[in-house]
Design a protein around this ligand. Sequence first.
Ligand SMILES: Cc1ncc(COP(=O)(O)O)c(C=O)c1O
Length: 422
Amino acid sequence: MTVLDINKARACFPSLKSGHIYADNAGGSRTAQPAIDRIVDYLSNTNAPLKAGCAAINSQYVVEGSIAAVELFNATSLDEVGFGSSSTMLFENIARALENDIQPGDEFIISYEHEANNGPWKRLAERRNAVLKYWRPIPVSAENPYSVAYKVEELLPLVSSRTRLAAITACSNILGSVHPVEEIVKALRQRAKEQGAIKIEVVLDCVAYAPHRRMDVQKWDVDYCVISSYKVFGPHNAVAYVRSAALQTSLTSIAHDFLKVDDKPRKFQPDGPGHELVYGASAIVPYLKSLTPADDLTASFDAIAKHEQEILTPLLRFLTDAKQVDRGVRIFGKSEVDFSRISTVCFVVVGQNAIKSKDIVEAFYKKGGITIQRGYFGSYHLIDNLRPKLDVDDGVVRISFVHYNTAEEVEKILDVLREVLA
Ligand SMILES: Cc1ncc(COP(=O)(O)O)c(C=O)c1O
């Protein structure tokens, strides 16, 4: 397997030149220079209404954003991808466009994850008198109640003849666990068929997954999938995949009523999604491909996963060490480092010598030179439902690496943690 050239990757990020250690990447990665260049180029040289006069070039630039998104999702056509200001906005747009295809009594299964893929379905259920069912994570460790996971066995009993929609994630932004999407969707569709469900669609939140692993909406057999470009080394916007069958048969356009957009992403993208950002996002795929000589997304993501697992190991080992466990450190999700865990680790310090997450993060700020974060990171209900109960507003400490983080950076973070947890 090709090894990542970290120095070459880091050189693409102007914000890394200062040497500051960014370990808050799950909240947003740094932006790669090619994405910045495209935005500057667009605004400096081609900013004009699309297709207006001399502006054919900017229309082509916007199409390049869709071409890149098709490759990233492994979608089948340009008509299956659309842009928005954030994933939260795109999920809401899709829910609005789905409204006419939802009947009273239809059932939505949602997992307790980031609110972006929960809230729109709760509100849609309320508007259309649909029923909500929750797929809850369960403890998978006798010692650590916060080591929870989503199990297919817990999901299947929720499926009935009225199941219309399942809103799930490919990866949890708190647990750091990669979910076996293909297996989950297969089991879900099979059970729905056995129960006599007429139409079931799967909405996948891929925001926490996309910077770490290769997506494949066709293999996964999902109908909707959303990512945020600003977490995948691009600008602050988001991209949605909507399967062409769903575009044609499930969505009613939320665009202007006189526009003929029946089989187009504009059904859920009512107007210009920031064209310079769409062009900026088109740089993500060439950047990712440039990470290995193979010039291939799968090879790049294999190399990314391998590197991330290497740098994650010492952090996870430290946090799950018997000494730290006695100290009160509890991580979220699994403690093993394997392909089903990305390089995002959340933890709390509980017990007699508990430390507030806020104080841990502040200790890092006082030292300077390293950014980590704490909070509930949009997954309020996931944390609120864990037992023993946590202070959700203080939240969890989150340390999240991407491929440009180095083993030396991890060592420096461990030095601070050793002091704080002494
Ligand atoms: C898993 C997950 N889903 C959705 C979102 C929302 O993304 P956006 O900020 O683009 O709305 C986030 C943001 O942190 C996230 O981590």
